[in-house]
Design a protein around this ligand. Structure first.
Ligand SMILES: [Zn+2]
Length: 151
């Protein structure tokens, strides 16, 4: 039992690695036109099948919580970069998400459930497509050292 616990602990990022990753994230946000946003990096479990998550502020302010999942470490540098760009595109669409959330009372719970699921999947596909298409065009050469090949 203790061995398993030690193993999972060793898979977590060190504080130095986490700080470097957070700096990279903020620099990439600036490159993507997200100046003025405030990010809080929280150490919490992510949803299944996720490498990272971003949770916007429901009040529509330029604030978001960022989570890097345990599986993050299994990614190579290009995939890590892609995931960060993907999460940052979610910030660009956060106002749309917030407006969509206001429809729950109007649509009713049953319709809302199906509509929200389809909406979330559509946003997810659009965000990922934008990250694949535009992510490689973003020049991170000035701060690429903050996102190392290996941890
Ligand atoms: Zn996403």
């Amino acid at each position: 039992m203790k061995k398993e616990k030690d193993k999972s602990k060793s898979e977590e990022l060190t504080s130095k690695q986490r700080i470097s990753l957070e700096k990279y994230f903020v620099r990439m946000a600036q490159e993507m036109g997200l100046q003025g946003w405030r990010y809080t990096f929280i150490d919490e479990r992510c949803g299944e099948n996720a490498y990272a998550e971003i949770r916007g502020n429901p009040d529509g302010l330029r604030e978001a919580n960022v989570l890097f999942c345990q599986e993050w470490r299994t990614l190579d540098r290009d995939r890590r970069r892609h995931v960060i760009v993907h999460e940052l595109f979610h910030c660009h669409l956060s106002m749309i998400d917030n407006h969509a959330d206001t429809l729950e009372d109007s649509l009713g719970a049953l319709v809302w459930h199906h509509w929200a699921r389809a909406f979330a999947m559509s946003v997810e596909q659009a965000v990922d497509h934008m990250a694949r298409t535009f992510g490689p065009l973003i020049d991170d050469s000035d701060f690429a050292n903050l996102l190392p090949e290996e941890y």
